[in-house]
Design a protein around this ligand. Structure first.
Ligand SMILES: NC(=O)c1ccc[n+]([C@@H]2O[C@H](COP(=O)([O-])OP(=O)(O)OC[C@H]3O[C@@H](n4cnc5c(N)ncnc54)[C@H](O)[C@@H]3O)[C@@H](O)[C@H]2O)c1
Length: 381
């Protein structure tokens, strides 16, 4: 089946971005939201994306007109679903709301229609199970801002058919995005690795090992992060980061518990850039770091490599897709396995062993890393 028409449910930040890239790629697009004013706000975002596209000479004014003509809107979900080949749902991150949408989509969409969710954290199987077409349900997880971020995580459940996956891959290609495939597991790839990484940095700050400004600086200069981690957390939204952490905590236990300071800040309304208050607005501290930069950076990066080994061991995704997801989804210059090969497993395993003696079993090197170290193996030979 060739997809011609895409319905996007939810005209918020993500939905409008997904609608824009879909229309640019030549698909007919219908956007659905619960109120006209939300649809209009979404259309305003799309207009602004189009103007940026014209400014950057990516699209001509004539193409802009055609792009806009391909987009329609409706507050009636039945109308949106009735002739769509693919639906991409981007409503609030709430299971009940999404299940209600999926039930309606299943009822109103033709039998061939694929139903995809852009959820960041919810299990796809919990959406598939409220439909009579679990073989045609999968996750298509875009990254923000959608026009600029070049990645889609495609999430498959045990029931997603090969044909559904192939069609979703084809659409991703037409949208000019890179694709990674992962199993339906908490956090998928990027959030599963990025969230514990950010939380570990927050814990370094919380336990007063170094001032925030110092950590923000060294994770860019020595840790290879594209922006300071506290600026990144503020940008992502502290409530969003907390929500994702809670999902991992629920799934994997207390080692993934959100740092207390993150919970306190969200409770006090510090939700990052969008709320005007975040880490950057906390009082500045001035003291000498209690640990070396190498210790601080390695503790975080090696933990990320350890998490990536768990993902690989659980067969959530391939080595190549895990690396690609982290490069394109977070703008890290290298994926965790590329990094591990570069640093050397000897150093990583030894340091994690030391950390686990100081801080507990969570830091223990994963048996896969130990086995590879002992056999002198690399992830890429
Ligand atoms: N914001 C991000 O960076 C990001 C990144 C990746 C994935 N996501 C996921 O994308 C989804 C949307 O996030 P967002 O940031 O665009 O949220 P948002 O709040 O900007 O937009 C959600 C939109 O959904 C609409 N909506 C709510 N219930 C609806 C319903 N029953 N039918 C139709 N429309 C409905 C709302 O009116 C709103 O316009 C969430 O699942 C989120 O986890 C977000």
């Amino acid at each position: 089946m060739a997809v011609k028409k895409i319905a996007v449910i939810g005209a918020g930040l993500m939905g409008s971005g997904i609608a824009y890239v879909s229309a640019v790629a030549g698909f007919d697009v219908v956007i659905n939201d619960i109120k006209e004013e939300f649809l209009n706000r979404g259309l305003d975002r799309i207009r602004s994306d189009i103007l940026t596209g014209i400014d950057k000479k990516k699209i001509t004014p004539k193409e802009a007109e055609e792009i806009f003509r391909r987009i329609s809107t409706t507050v009636d979900i039945r109308e949106a679903a009735k002739d769509a080949d693919l639906v991409i749902e981007a409503v609030f991150e709430n299971l009940e709301v999404k299940q209600d949408v999926f039930k309606k989509l299943d009822q109103y969409a033709p039998p061939h229609t694929i139903l995809a969710s852009n959820t960041s954290t919810l299990p796809i199987k919990d959406l598939a199970k409220v439909t009579n077409r679990p073989d045609k349900v999968l996750g298509m997880h875009f990254f923000s801002p959608v026009p600029a971020m070049n990645l889609i995580e495609i999430i498959v459940t045990d029931q997603t058919s090969e044909e559904t996956l192939e069609i979703a891959k084809q659409v991703g290609k037409q949208l000019k995005k890179e694709i990674v495939i992962c199993k339906d597991a908490p956090g998928f790839i990027v959030n599963r690795l990025l969230i514990p990484t950010l939380n570990e940095i927050i814990k370094l700050y919380e336990s007063k090992l170094a001032p925030m400004e110092h950590l923000d600086k060294i994770f860019v200069t020595k840790g290879g992060m594209p922006m300071g981690p506290f600026s990144l957390a503020d940008f992502v939204g502290l409530d969003v980061a907390l929500h994702a952490t809670n999902t991992l905590w629920k799934a994997f236990g207390d080692d993934y518990k959100p740092p207390q300071i993150l919970q306190d800040m969200v409770n006090k309304g510090f939700k990052g850039t969008k709320s005007g208050k975040g880490f950057k607005d906390l009082p500045k501290e001035d003291f000498e770091p209690k640990k070396s930069d190498d210790y601080l950076v390695n503790r975080v990066l090696f933990l990320m490599i350890n998490e990536a080994a768990k993902l690989l061991d659980e067969k959530i995704a391939t080595i190549e897709d895990i690396d690609k997801a982290m490069r394109l989804g977070t703008n890290f210059p290298k994926g965790p396995f590329e990094l591990a090969d570069e640093i050397g497993l000897d150093k990583i395993v030894d340091f994690l062993n030391e950390l686990s003696q100081e801080l507990g079993d969570f830091y223990k090197p994963h048996p896969l890393l130990v086995e590879m170290k002992n056999n002198n193996k690399k992830f890429y030979s």
